[in-house]
Design a protein around this ligand. Structure first.
Ligand code: 5MY
Ligand code: ADP
Ligand code: MG
Ligand code: MG
Length: 349
């Protein structure tokens, strides 16, 4: 487990007194005194994540709002650190999951964002979409589904037959089954013909490629807040491409390469954002079903349709730092968490 150390920031910011969840179980409230401690958020994040997420603008605003962000030291027992109101984490190791589960048993009052067993659902490209397939989100505002896909565990030579038997239509996107934070788990390829499928490297998911005009919608979810941005994606594949290409083509990691397409001059049929009520409903359903509060959804609209959407990827605690205004949304989210916990405690819940 590799965590990264605390980040410092200016000390001369205005301080706001707020009600912390940690204070709820401590003496000031019981004694009737006004609690004045800050909200303490411990974080266990990789160095890369600290850099992209804990940007100075977030640190400054958090400080102003009375939120204390504290690095968790992975060389010391968690129980000896804190007390924390919230633990924010994105570390995939089994050891860390166990540490968190043990800690949660001892300290159920601490909010763990999010529970490891819920996050595990998103670490496999089959289980991540299972909840979406069960959703019945056909509504007045549109239809949400997942591309047809097949899981291949081993034996690449069996893939062409398995694909033919499943009736999947080429081209297919081949994605590593497990998503574990490594760059290998984001090495995707596009397979144009059936014979070449045996060149692939299981375990993987084979997913039908859906033409979508080269634009992807990233739907970020932070608690009850939903924000959507446009990104450039893979170009469409037409019949000519299909007839004139053979083989398996590796493509670069799209989220790394992708600049925002929010200000590009695009065909409005392609760039129009999904309807807000559809996103609200989708966010609410998935939040509940996945048991997660911090995630994003990669969504595409099938070319030539007005309202047929496919969810192709769901990511836990993604790159929120790329989301405009994330510092406000995230700090408000943390304060709301503390507030609702406080209210619940006051009402004896
Ligand atoms: O690093 P970033 O900002 O590109 O964030 C990655 C996400 O990019 P996005 O916010 O969707 O553009 C990225 O999303 P994609 O899978 O590329 O759609 C993942 O969430 C990635 O985490 P992991 O490697 O799967 O554990 C995220 O990586 P971590 O920052 O969590 O390591
Ligand atoms: N079924 C699909 N149809 C069309 N494009 C896809 C499909 N699946 C993935 N892509 C493209 O590949 C990119 C990466 O796939 P994704 O499943 O999001 O993997 P990752 O977890 O590495 O981001 C997407 O952002 C999109 O541009
Ligand atoms: Mg993705
Ligand atoms: Mg992903």
């Amino acid at each position: 487990m590799r965590l990264h150390g605390e980040v410092s920031f200016d000390e001369d910011e205005e301080e706001v007194v707020m009600v912390p969840a940690a204070a709820l179980s401590s003496s000031p409230l019981n004694g009737g005194a006004v609690p004045v401690t800050r909200l303490v958020v411990g974080y266990a994040l990789t160095k890369k994540k600290v850099k992209s997420f804990l940007q100075p603008k977030l640190l400054l605003l958090a400080r102003k709002k009375g939120i204390n962000l504290v690095a968790i030291d992975d060389t010391r027992p968690l129980a000896e650190q804190g007390p924390f109101d919230v633990i924010l984490h994105k570390i995939t190791s089994k050891e860390w999951q166990q540490v968190l589960e043990d800690y949660h048993e001892e300290h159920p009052e601490v909010t763990v964002l999010d529970p490891p067993n819920a996050i595990n659902h998103l670490n496999n490209r089959q289980s991540m979409l299972a909840e979406v397939s069960d959703l019945n989100l056909s509504s007045f505002y549109g239809e949400v589904c997942t591309p047809r896909q097949l899981v291949i565990m081993r034996d690449p030579s069996s893939i062409p037959t398995a694909v033919a038997m499943a009736g999947l239509t080429l081209p297919l996107v081949a994605k590593p089954l497990v998503v574990d934070g490594t760059s290998k788990s984001h090495e995707l390829s596009l397979a144009y013909d059936e014979a070449s499928l045996s060149m692939l490297d299981p375990p993987l998911v084979l997913q039908e490629f859906v033409n979508h005009g080269g634009i992807l919608f990233k739907v970020y979810i932070i608690g009850e807040t939903i924000q959507v941005v446009r990104r450039f994606s893979l170009p469409d594949v037409n019949t000519y491409d299909l007839l004139n290409n053979v083989g398996v083509y590796r493509f670069p990691r799209v989220s790394c390469a992708a600049a925002s397409a929010d200000h590009a001059d695009l065909d409005p049929h392609i760039s129009e954002l999904p309807p807000r009520p559809l996103l609200e409903k989708l966010g609410k359903e998935l939040r509940g079903r996945l048991g997660l509060r911090l995630f994003n959804i990669d969504m595409i609209r099938e070319l030539g349709t007005k309202d047929r959407y496919y969810i192709i990827d769901i990511n836990y605690f993604p790159g929120f730092g790329k989301m405009p205004g994330y510092e406000h949304i995230f700090t408000d989210f943390l304060l709301n968490l503390a507030q609702s916990k406080y209210k619940k405690c006051l009402s004896g819940g």
